[in-house]
Design a binder for this molecule. Structure first.
Ligand code: MN
Length: 312
C-alpha cells in the first residue's frame, strides 16, 4: 500500500483532465503489482483514467495470509500532495508515521493520513495478528489550498452505516443521505463501502462522477457485470446507482466533483510539475527534515530516480 506509481499505471505527463462524461459503464482492468510482501490489484490510476473526483489511486490488497512476523511490511516512505485512505475488510495493519502516530487498524475502521507538503510512514505487521489480510488503500489528490500545508493523521474507530435494504453501506468519506463521515476531505468527495446481499439502489449526487471497485463477488450496472480486478467508471449525472447482485458482494464506491487540476503522479508523490517531484525526490534521498522520521524496524524505501532525470 506504499503504492509506487510508475508509467505502467498512467502517463506521467500532466495533461488536460479528461472531460468527465454522462452516465455510462466504462470497464478497465486492474494491474497486478507486488507492494511490500503482498499482491495488489491497482484499479486506479489507469491509462486514460487518472482521477475520479479527487480519488487518484486504488490498490485492492490481498487476500493474503500474514503472520505475527510477516505482513504488509512496507518500510518508511514519503508522500506529498495526497491523503492515504486505508480500509480493511480482513486482518490488521500497524501504521506508524513521522507525526508520531502509531495506530493499529482493523476492519470497520479508517486510517486517513494527509501528506500536505510532506510526511513519511510505514505500514507493518502488528506483531500479534495472524490470519487473512485484505483491504483497499485509496489516495486523494489534495487541492492547491492544502497540498503545501501541514501533515495530519486521523483514525476513525467508528463510521456511520446505513441499511439500504439489500446492502449495508459504510460511509468512509463524505455524505450518503443523512449520514456524514467524520473523515476530513478537502474537496467534495464520497467514499462508501458496500456489503451487498441483493439488488440495491445507492443514492448519488448528480454533480459527482463515480466509479466502483469490486473486492469480492460480482455486481451488474445496467446489465454490465463488474468483477474483482476491474474498475467501473460510471460518469456523472446519476441520481442513484442500481446494483444487481446474485451473490454476496463487497465493493467500494468512490466519487466526487471532477478534479479541476491536471495532476502529476510519480512514485509516492502527487504534484503538478516535475520540479515539485524533483524537489521531493531530492529531499527524501538526502533525508531532509521535510519528511521527518518514522520509528520503524523496517528499512526506509529509497526513491527511484525520476525517469526524466535519467541519462539517455
Ligand atoms: Mn504510503
Amino acid at each position: 500500500m506504499s503504492g509506487p506509481v510508475n508509467p505502467a499505471d498512467a502517463t506521467t505527463e500532466t495533461a488536460d483532465a479528461r472531460h468527465p462524461s454522462p452516465p455510462l459503464v466504462e470497464l478497465s482492468d486492474s494491474r497486478s503489482e507486488q507492494v511490500g510482501r503482498i499482491q495488489v490489484r491497482r484499479a486506479l490510476p489507469r491509462k486514460g483514467r487518472r482521477t475520479v473526483g479527487a480519488w487518484c489511486f486504488a490498490d485492492h490488497m490481498g487476500p493474503a495470509d500474514v503472520t505475527e512476523n510477516s505482513g504488509l511490511d512496507i518500510g518508511p516512505h514519503p508522500h506529498i500532495g495526497l491523503q492515504t485512505v486505508t480500509w480493511l475488510i480482513d486482518g490488521q495493519v500497524l501504521h506508524r508515521d513521522s507525526l508520531g502516530s502509531e495506530q493499529v487498524i482493523k476492519p470497520g475502521q479508517l486510517n486517513l493520513m494527509t501528506a500536505g507538503n510532506g510526511v513519511s510512514h510505514a505500514e507493518e505487521r502488528t506483531g500479534h495478528y495472524r490470519g487473512r489480510l485484505e483491504g483497499i488503500q485509496l489516495w486523494v489528490a489534495l487541492p492547491d489550498a492544502t497540498r503545501h500545508g501541514p501533515a495530519a493523521f486521523e483514525h476513525h474507530a467508528e463510521l456511520p452505516r446505513a441499511d439500504l435494504d439489500g446492502a449495508v453501506a459504510t460511509v468512509l468519506v463524505g455524505q450518503l443521505g443523512d449520514l456524514v463521515s467524520p473523515a476530513r476531505h478537502d474537496t467534495p468527495l464520497i467514499g462508501v463501502d458496500l456489503d451487498l446481499r441483493r439488488a440495491t439502489t445507492v443514492p448519488l449526487r448528480v454533480d459527482f462522477e463515480h466509479a466502483l471497485v469490486i473486492l469480492e463477488g460480482e455486481a451488474a450496472v445496467n446489465g454490465t457485470p463488474i468483477a474483482p480486478g476491474q474498475l467501473a467508471y460510471l460518469g456523472l449525472g446519476r441520481h442513484g446507482l442500481r446494483l444487481d447482485v446474485r451473490q454476496p458482494t463487497r465493493a467500494v464506491l468512490i466519487g466526487g466533483e471532477p478534479f479541476p487540476d491536471p495532476i502529476l503522479m510519480w512514485w509516492n508523490f502527487v504534484a503538478r510539475s516535475r520540479r515539485e517531484i524533483d524537489d521531493a525526490y531530492t529531499a527524501w534521498a538526502g533525508r531532509d527534515e521535510r519528511f521527518g522520521s518514522v520509528h520503524s524496524t523496517l528499512s526506509p524505501i529509497p526513491a527511484p530516480v525520476p525517469f526524466w532525470q535519467q541519462p539517455g
